[in-house]
Each structure stands twice: as C-alpha cells, then as structure tokens.
Ligand binder design. Structure first.
Ligand code: FAD
Length: 451
C-alpha cells in the first residue's frame, strides 16, 4: 500500500537521479540594495518569488531580500552529496494538474517522472506481506480515512488521534504516514480540520533534476538580494523600514514569507511588536518536522523496486518510530527514508550519523544483512536546526485551524504575510507557497498599499 490514500501523499518524496540536469537553473539577478521600492519581500522561496513576480506584473517596483546565499528556500536541490541532483527539501510536484510548477518545469525542459501510480511494498516482520496482511492493511487505510472524513465533515477541529479507530491491525503504519511522514507531526498534534481542508496530492510528478532546481529556475531574473538577513521590520510610521545586514530599505509595504518557525523565534524584530492576534496565530501554527535520510548503495538493488514506496508494520501505539522509504527514484542508486514528528526531532538532534544508522538498520530488517555490504554513504536533511526554517512546515495545533486565516490579516495594510503556512488547500507545499505569495501580492495591490 502506498500512501496515496492520504489526501496529500507523495509530499515525502525525493528527487535523486542518475542523469545530469538538462535544464540550466540559474541564479536570480544579482541586485544592489535599492533605496525605495514600492514593496519589499522578505524571503526568496516559492512564496517570495511568486509575490515578486506578481507585483512586477502589476507594474510595482519590488525587491526580495533573502538571508541565504541562494533562492528556493525549502526547495533545494544539491548535487554535491551524491554527484547527482538530490532534493534535501521539497521533491514532489503534488496535484500536478493544477500545480504551477508543472508548467514551469515543462517550460524549463525538466524531466518529469509520473509518480501518480508508483509501486509500493508493505512488509510485516521483515517479510513481504501476504495477501491477507495486505488486505488488512488496506482496511486500516479505509478505517482511518473514514474516521478523518467523518470528523472533517462534521467541522471538528480536534487532534486526529482522538478519532482514530482503536485496535486496528496495521493502523500504526497508516498513522505514521499521515502524521509524522506527511504533516511532520504526530497524530496527537495534527488537527482534523487542517487535515480535512487540504487538497489531494495526486496526480504527482518527481523531477529528475530536482524540484529545488525548478524553483531556482523560476526565480531566475527575479530582483533578489542574497545574503541579506532581515533583522527588523519597523512599521510604526508611513510605510515600512526594513533593516537588513546590507542596509535599510524603505518601502510602502512588505510581504513577509519566512516560516512560522522563524517568526516565532524572534529573529526578526517587529516595531511595534506583533499585535496579540498575529502572535497567537503564529503560536497556533508551529513547525512540524519531516526529515529525509538518503542512503546510497553500490548499485545492488537489494530486491527493492525502482520508483516505489516501502513501508512496514509498526506498533499501533508508537506510530512515529519508523522510517519509510521511496526506493531507487529514477532507477538510481539512492533510497530515501522519511522520519518525522516528535521522533524526527529527536533523531535529527542526534545528528546525521545516528539518523543514517537508524534508517539503514530499518532497511536491513527488510532487505537483509547484505544491505550493509552494499551501503556507500548517507545523508540527513537538517531543517530542524536551520535557523532560516526551524522545521519543515507548519501544522495548525488541534483547535487552532483558524490561525491560518488569522495570519493573513495584514498589519495596518503595510505588513503582509505569505508562505506555505497560508497556502489554503495546499498548506505545507511548494504550490501553496506560490499561491499564497501571488494572492497576497494581489491583495496588497488591491488594498492600495503599494500606491
Ligand atoms: C523535507 C521536506 C520535504 C518536503 N517535501 C515537499 C514535497 O515533496 N512537495 C512540496 O510541494 N513541498 C514539500 N515540502 C514543503 C516545501 O518545501 C515548502 O512548503 C515550501 O518550499 C515553502 O516555501 P516558502 O516560500 O513558504 O518558504 P521558504 O522556502 O522557507 O522561503 C522563505 C525564505 O525566507 C528566508 N529567510 C528566513 N529568515 C530570513 C530573514 N531573517 N531575512 C531574510 N530572509 C529570510 C529563507 O532563507 C527562505 O529562503 C517539503 C519540505 C521539507 C522540509
């Protein structure tokens, strides 16, 4: 059973491959710090880039200030670790029929691999599940899905753990997929309303050259100043004054696209301080953690299929202590494990060696001890400690679904928030970040905030 029965499955995927990039992803245009743009956008991830594009399309002058030395934010492809493109963050183009990055990737000549009906393998006690076990696993997906639908349709906003069927065989695996490995939180921290209001994941694509490379390609030519962390946004007077490490920018308005983790950390000082309603909204949207642990092998396929999901039975009461995999994306020599939620934070804190050892150990239980002989090296994504993200993506606390709408309220029509946390049906996703950046830019212009 693959996780494609979840509403947002395939979030936890990887793009790694054996063929080099065919599209040239380039850097955003190098910019000097301008003095007085109409709008300053903070953060050059998918949301910030989409906001900047929209503002430019509406004839407004705009500058994007980015703390890191690259664009893309949590969509980041790198080739240094394995010698082939590997996405440390976002990898899957979910809901590809309406996802703007499908078109952008096609325009850029990227190679899209259809993951809509990717294969899957379910294991019980280290052995491939029997037909009866697979059927029981299917029933667990249905029972969990029905329970979540019932809560969602009833308009409930409570912890998903409260509505789970009890004593259902293999439901631990289902809960592990939905909570930690999709939303980055345990079921006790996942709101039924948040889950229910998210759009379907399928159809979906993976990008051989990396989804991060597609977002970087989209950012080409955008007016971005890199290596310019923002430390203060002063919205006390007319317009805004944004302090960066490279100087101060005065603008009529700002769009802030940093993660809710960064907002909560206080790394950016707001003057005056954030209103209580905004602060409460940020508190209601803490960051979850999905970590990716990629394992490279020497070409041995270990009896595992290309482009396929791999999961296994876990105890019902400890759904999170597991790493499920996508095996050999693009037919390459890397398999990628996923862990998340509370267990993910703990594993991440133990560091890459421990994380790689854990994921490898899980694979050994399935593919046998020869697995270690063929192992070459591994890596762990580190979004937990990255001060520019402080987690993977936001999940509304149970009872706090309304925080997403609350955070959309601008501060005096001068400071607007955007990003994956405000991605409507596609919160937590690259597409949601894009939609949110674009729509906040439109709302800002409609409100006359850039006049
Ligand atoms: C492991 C993992 C797997 C994922 N898998 C998928 C997937 O398969 N499909 C999918 O669609 N999504 C996936 N996502 C989610 C997706 O990556 C994010 O939702 C999306 O990229 C967020 O975009 P954003 O523009 O809202 O934020 P970001 O990309 O975080 O952009 C915000 C930017 O602000 C910058 N910034 C931070 N602080 C400051 C500061 N003080 N001053 C200036 N700039 C600052 C950051 O450096 C960053 O570039 C995944 C995420 C993770 C972590």
């Amino acid at each position: 059973m693959s996780p494609d029965m979840t509403r947002r499955a395939a979030l936890a995927t990887i793009a790694g491959g054996v063929v080099g990039a065919t599209a040239t992803a380039g850097a955003a245009t190098a910019q000097a710090l301008p003095t007085n743009p109409d709008v300053v956008v903070i953060g050059a991830g998918a949301a910030g880039l989409a906001a900047a594009r929209e503002l430019q399309a509406q004839g407004k002058s705009v500058i994007v200030v980015e703390a890191a030395g690259r664009t893309g934010g949590r969509a980041w492809t790198e080739s240094e670790t394995f010698g082939v493109p590997y996405d440390q963050g976002a990898a899957s183009i979910n809901a590809s029929n309406i996802n703007p990055f499908t078109r952008i990737a096609r325009e850029g000549g990227f190679d899209l691999v259809d993951y809509t009906n990717a294969g899957s393998a379910f294991y019980v006690d280290g052995k491939r599940a029997t037909a009866a076990q697979s059927a029981a696993y299917g029933r667990a997906w249905s029972a969990v899905g029905d329970a979540l639908a019932e809560a969602g349709e009833a308009g409930q906003d409570i912890a998903t753990s409260e509505v789970m069927p009890k004593g259902m065989k293999y439901s631990g695996t289902v809960k592990s997929w939905i909570g930690p490995m999709d939303w980055g939180v345990d079921m006790s921290d996942l709101s039924t309303a948040d889950y229910w209001n998210s759009g379907d994941a399928q159809p979906s694509f993976m990008v051989r050259e990396g989804l991060g490379a597609v977002v970087e390609y989209y950012g080409q030519g955008a007016p971005v100043v890199l290596n310019a962390p923002v430390s203060e946004i002063d919205w006390s007077g007319t317009g805004v004054r944004v302090t960066t490490s490279q100087g101060v920018i005065s603008a009529k308005a700002a769009i802030v696209t940093v993660s809710t983790g960064v907002l909560a950390s206080g790394a950016i000082r707001f003057t005056p301080a954030l209103p209580i309603a905004t602060q409460e909204a940020v508190d209601g949207l803490p960051m979850g953690l999905l970590m990716k642990i990629a394992l490279q092998f020497d070409g041995a396929k270990l009896g595992l299929a290309d482009n396929s999901w791999l999961d296994y039975a876990v105890p019902e009461e400890m759904p999170a202590e597991a790493a499920f995999f996508v095996t050999w994306p693009f037919g390459g020599d890397i398999s990628v494990g996923f862990a998340g939620g509370q267990f993910g934070w703990e594993l991440s804190a133990e560091g890459p060696e421990a994380a790689v050892e854990f994921a490898l150990g899980e694979l050994v239980k399935i593919a046998g001890s020869d697995t270690r002989k063929h192992f070459v090296k591994g890596t762990m994504s580190n979004w937990a400690d990255n001060p520019l993200t402080l987690g993977a993506y936001a999940a509304a606390r149970p009872g706090q679904y309304g925080a997403r709408a609350a955070l959309e309220a601008p501060l005096g029509d001068k400071v607007w928030f955007a990003g994956e946390a405000l991605g409507a049906d596609y919160t937590g996703l690259v597409s949601g970040a894009y939609f949110s950046g674009k729509s906040m830019a439109q709302r800002l212009v409609e409100a006359g905030a850039a006049e």
